[in-house]
Write a protein of this length. Structure first.
Length: 429
């Protein structure tokens, strides 16, 4: 206090409150810049050529050798999906914030392109590099010991599977494996996870824990989608983002395996739930972060008569006849839309009740939206739409990504996985 008071008196003498230019003592500019991009100092590259020079390049003012930081290239800020009127022309660190073009919005509305644009990470098991959305992040958590609360043990646990609104990512280094339960089983069987820590352990229900958190992420994305719909402008409410398939559309899908809905990215089939035989009531939705051990033990394993977790449906007629020659022509593979079965997607009835409740909440919100579909009996199949128009109202891509990650975790989409096998070391001679 004796050292603080003289400094405070001197500051008050320099900054009297009655003067016009009052400088706030706590107003500091942020040290971290949002963008490192700067306009190029020298746009003409011909000045660096030797021909026609009369002096060394080191004698030039602002030359590229002594001032290489001024000529280094940096990424620009990513464009925004939509800019408000007060944001247009805003300059942030020498850069003007811009809005996405129509082509960029088309790319951004694709869940697969957005998954491919996620940061690249290395797999701890296969040593291959994949986008982070195709992988599961694992960390070492300190858990208090049962014998002595002052001692801790390292436990392998998943991290970053929840939405950032509900749980923050753990600080520290993380390790990644492919988003596939068989890859986790191989990791635990081989003991490769010991590279994270010498005395690290894992519990027996680690695979069930990851599957439970991936299913919770789907429920969280549905809640976030409903919040975005409630906050969307009234002028955009004519664009539907989620609706039920009509009976004619569902019959055509079952007969021809083709979905005749424009801008569809996935379909969820969630039949109505039966009453509980013991209580005679509808099952209650369960949103718990950690399920009880009894629920995990009583969870019904998928049977032979159960539908597959997901199937891929075509979106239109084939663009070519016969097997395509991808080396000699420009034919692209036919677009397909995943269809998810709610019974196999959420084996636990309480979680399936939560899924159906979230979907019905969005349907009630979308009741006043005029979608161009024929007036027909609606089914229990929910179709999710994504396009540049729907992006302006609500983003449905995170929901499609969370569904696809659960599909990958259950083994769908990996194929023979020869492309993620470790590289063979060949002799040099």
């Amino acid at each position: 206090m004796p050292r603080l008071l003289p400094r405070l008196v001197r500051w008050l003498e320099r900054n009297s409150f009655d003067q016009q230019s009052y400088s706030k003592p706590l107003s500091r500019k942020p040290k971290r810049l949002r963008s490192l991009w700067k306009p190029s100092v020298q746009n003409d590259a011909s000045i660096h050529y030797v021909k026609g020079r009369h002096q060394s390049i080191l004698l030039d003012e602002g030359n590229i050798i002594n001032n290489h930081c001024d000529h280094s290239r940096h990424k620009r800020l990513p464009p925004a999906v939509k800019l408000h009127e007060n944001q247009k022309g805003l300059i942030v660190n020498h850069e003007v914030v811009r809005e996405m073009s129509n082509q960029e919005k088309q790319w951004w509305s694709s869940p697969y392109l957005r998954m491919l644009s996620s940061p690249i990470r290395g797999c701890l098991l296969s040593k291959r590099h994949l986008p982070a959305d195709f992988m599961i992040r694992l960390t070492a958590l300190k858990v208090p010991s049962k014998e002595n609360s002052s001692q801790f043990t390292l436990t392998l646990a998943p991290d970053g599977l929840f939405h950032p609104k509900y749980a923050n990512r753990q600080y520290g280094s993380g390790y990644y494996i492919a988003c596939w339960k068989d890859a986790l089983d191989a990791l635990l069987k081989r003991g490769t996870y010991k590279r994270i820590g010498k005395n690290i352990n894992h519990h027996d229900l680690l695979s069930e824990q990851i599957g439970h958190q991936l299913r919770l992420r789907i429920l969280q994305e549905l809640e976030m989608l409903l919040a975005r719909l409630c906050a969307s402008p009234k002028a955009l409410k004519e664009t539907v983002v989620l609706r039920k398939l009509t009976q004619s559309e569902w019959d055509m899908l079952q007969e021809t395996n083709k979905l005749s809905v424009n801008d569809a990215i996935c379909v969820l089939v969630v039949p109505p739930l039966d009453n509980d035989p013991q209580t005679g009531r509808q099952p209650q939705p369960d949103y718990s972060l950690v399920p009880s051990l009894d629920e995990l033990r009583e969870s019904r394993a998928p049977g032979e008569n159960d539908p597959p977790l997901s199937v891929l449906c075509k979106t239109g007629e084939s663009i070519h006849d016969g097997p395509p020659d991808f080396l000699g022509d420009e034919h692209h593979p036919d677009a397909r839309v995943p269809l998810y079965n709610g019974i196999s997607l959420f084996p636990r009835v309480s979680q399936r009740a939560a899924l159906l409740q979230r979907l019905n909440n969005i349907i009630r919100r979308e009741k006043g939206v005029d979608h161009d579909s024929p007036e027909d009996t609606q089914t229990q199949a929910f179709v999710v739409l994504s396009s540049p128009r729907t992006l302006m109202r609500a983003d449905t891509v995170p929901l499609a990504i969370s569904l696809w990650r659960l599909r990958m975790w259950e083994g769908g989409g990996w194929g023979k996985c020869n492309w993620i096998a470790p590289l063979e070391r060949k002799p040099l001679y």
